[in-house]
Design a protein around this ligand. Structure first.
Ligand code: AMP
Ligand code: MG
Length: 401
């Protein structure tokens, strides 16, 4: 038996970081990972400008009760003239400060009549001015290599005028489900059959992490079908994920088939629940991860064991998302000789504090626990955890992104 933490580390290190890069427009780079450190080339904002709709003046010209003639109106996107001494300029949020002006009074603190301004509230020197470079200074670090591009990164890059980036191409993942009992959703089902939920589920998990589900294949439980599917996936994909057929039953043929293809299996039984049988192999240099067939097991094992490996292949900096300690609410004490990952839901109690509620049926066949759960709570092997104790919480929104 392999301890969970060892399995996690070994899997995460089971594939190289990416070397291939592509040059992509920002819109096509969403979800992909920067292959280079980016540095700001622009001061942002590029010039001092107003943070308010109001009036610009020299602070030294302010006198209580005095009125200042207005010498210009500056709209955002228009160039200002130098401010004449003793004058004010009308301007708006984002308008450039006229040379000479150093302070903005907001409209609400003024009266304007006959082209003259009266200020009703004494201004602080320099107030409501956004200074050149106060957001980002030219030459400062913008984003490091290994950053996944999302909406926030797009905003920052676009603000620098960057339209294209060098990123790693999407990891191509080949998915293989196995089993004579399975039919694809949408097709008629015989009484002896069940629908294949793992294939669509795994494709969604992979795409949710911005990798590409290049093939979603299914093989019956025979060696020829499995071998031909693995060959297709090894040809077209960077990472192969197979599901089912990896235990010790008569029809569990994944291991012998991979071995017949010259693969050596790197690990076999992980001390975790759900999901004891997990294997890793390499076929033609491509990493292959073999997950248990129960949909809940496959989902949980993908979350905590496979996602760090995928992040590494994507070139991301952080392979292991945050794990937080939260109070577990459970009807009965929890204990197992394996590391157990309970399907839990993070709720907020009456005091506004987050706590975890365990799903009432924790069997690895209970697919209905998945949409209900927000994450997994880890019960350490050999420990009894009672209601109200703190446990490690793996939030799906972090671990599956
Ligand atoms: P296995 O690991 O192949 O022995 O499968 C374990 C359990 O998961 C069995 O009850 C299978 O019917 C079920 N199972 C395996 N693959 C799938 C799948 N793709 N979709 C739904 N259930 C599956
Ligand atoms: Mg099977």
């Amino acid at each position: 038996m392999l301890e969970f933490d060892d399995a996690q580390t070994r899997l995460a290190n089971g594939a190289p970081r990416p070397s291939a890069t592509i040059d992509a427009p920002l819109s096509a780079a969403i979800g992909l990972v920067l292959a280079q450190d980016l540095t700001a080339t622009l001061d942002l904002p590029p010039a001092d400008n107003s943070a308010m709709d109001g009036y610009a003046l020299r602070h030294a010209d302010y006198r209580e009760g005095a009125t200042l003639p207005i010498d210009q109106i500056v709209y955002a996107g228009h160039a200002p003239q130098a401010l004449q001494p003793g004058h004010a300029a009308r301007l708006f949020t984002g308008s450039l400060m006229p040379p000479g002006a150093d302070t903005v009074v907001m409209q609400e603190d003024t009266r304007e009549a006959d082209g003259r301004l009266t200020i009703t509230q004494a201004p602080r020197p320099g107030q409501h001015v956004r200074r050149r470079g106060e957001d980002t200074a030219a030459g400062s670090a913008l984003l490091p290599a290994g950053t996944r591009i999302g909406p926030a990164q797009v905003a920052l890059l676009a603000s620098q005028g960057i339209a294209r980036v060098t990123v790693h191409p999407a990891v191509r993942v080949g998915i293989l489900t196995t089993g004579d009992e399975l039919v694809p959703p949408g097709q008629p089902r015989g009484a002896h059959q069940i629908y294949n939920s793992n294939g669509p589920m795994m494709a969604a998990l992979v795409e949710g992490m911005s990798a590409q589900a290049t093939h979603v294949l299914h093989a019956q439980d025979n060696e020829a079908a499995l071998k031909s599917a693995f060959q297709t996936l090894a040809r077209d994909c960077d990472l192969i994920v197979s599901i089912g057929g990896v235990s010790v039953g008569d029809k569990d043929l994944v291991k012998p088939v991979l071995e017949s293809m010259g693969a050596s299996l790197d690990l076999w039984r992980v001390r975790m629940k759900p999901g004891k049988p997990v294997a890793m192999a390499h076929v033609d240099g491509k990493p292959v991860v073999c997950l248990p067939g129960n949909p809940v097991s496959a989902f949980a094992v993908f979350t905590v064991l496979v996602s760090p490996l995928l992040r590494r292949m994507q070139g991301r900096r952080d392979l292991f998302p945050q794990v937080s300690m939260l109070t577990l609410r459970t009807d009965a004490p929890r204990h197992d000789s394996r590391e157990e990952f309970l399907r839990v839901r993070r709720d907020v109690n009456n005091g506004g504090v987050g706590e975890l509620q365990a799903f009432d049926r924790q069997s690895s066949g209970v697919v209905s626990s998945l949409p209900w759960a927000t994450g997994l709570a880890r019960i350490p092997a050999g420990h009894t955890v009672y209601d109200g104790e703190k446990v490690a919480y793996y939030d799906f929104k972090h671990w599956l992104s």
